[in-house]
Design a protein around this ligand. Structure first.
Ligand SMILES: [Zn+2]
Length: 268
């Protein structure tokens, strides 16, 4: 599943290619007949918020895309490729094309529906000038574990399973600590770290969350076993303290943590 930074990366690339252009749009798989409403229209803008994308075609025609767990874009230069697989949406100009397969949503929103969606979502650390306080207020008012809260898109937008695990590790916070026991200073540090880590992730296609000094090979590029502190490292020694990394299911997603570096005050 793409995390928010990958969604922002798609936005930036597609914006550079398609904004201000009249596009052809169709749905070769037939799963998105409303593609016809967009055909021939000019794309005016693209917004990324967390894991949601909104393509503004004017006249209250907003194409909403959520990639979900399996969605992906492919792009290329004209001519169009022969349609393969379940090609939900294809957009093209005279010079470029874009294909969308497997999204959890691809549908037309009007402005009201889009605004309602935005109102439901928490602030996105990757958005310039976004305010972390609404997210903190939700966290501070909740007894739920912080690991659940920071992946809840109505609290913060854009954090998925990799960043959840790695941000909590870097903050040395137990994933089981209740939101109400996180103070503003600790939360602001996580927010700042999320901004930095996720922005770096947009430049390098690989998500790297380890600091060079903590890697077995601190010089040069991170090797494959040392790009993350805890994510998918269950049973392996913590890069910092050597304790075996643990994993457990939480709300349908696997959580990873170091039981020594990330103790909560209750001693879990
Ligand atoms: Zn450790």
């Amino acid at each position: 599943m793409p995390e928010g930074n990958e969604v922002h990366r798609f936005r930036d690339r597609q914006a550079a290619t398609f904004i201000g252009r009249n596009v052809r749009a169709d749905s070769p798989s037939g799963q998105f007949p409303d593609a016809a409403l967009l055909d021939g229209r000019k794309l005016r803008g693209i917004v990324a918020h967390g894991k949601h994308l909104g393509y503004d075609f004017g006249r209250e025609l907003i194409l909403h895309v959520h990639l979900g767990r399996f969605g992906d874009f492919t792009e290329g230069k004209m001519p169009l490729a022969e349609p393969k697989g379940a090609l939900r949406l294809r957009i093209s100009t005279r010079t470029d094309w874009l294909e969308l397969r497997g999204p959890s949503d691809c549908s037309i929103y009007d402005q009201e529906k889009w605004d309602k969606l935005m109102a439901r979502l928490g602030p996105d650390p990757l958005e310039k000038g976004s305010d972390p306080h609404p997210a903190f207020n939700r966290i501070a008012a909740s007894k739920a574990p912080i690991a659940l809260l920071i992946m809840d898109q109505s609290v913060i937008s854009g954090i998925g399973n990799i960043y959840r695990a790695e941000l909590l590790y870097r903050a040395r916070l137990s994933p089981f600590q209740a939101g109400s026991r996180i103070d503003l200073k600790a939360f602001q540090a996580i927010w700042k770290d999320a901004r930095k880590l996720m922005a770096d992730g947009m430049i390098d296609r690989r998500i790297v969350t380890t600091r060079p000094k903590d890697r077995p090979h601190p010089r040069g590029k991170a090797e494959s076993g040392e790009v993350h502190y805890v994510y998918r490292r269950q049973g392996k020694p913590c890069l910092v303290c050597g304790t075996a990394i643990k994993s457990r299911e939480m709300a349908g997603r696997t959580l990873y943590w170091c039981p020594s570096c990330q103790k909560d005050s209750a001693g879990k």
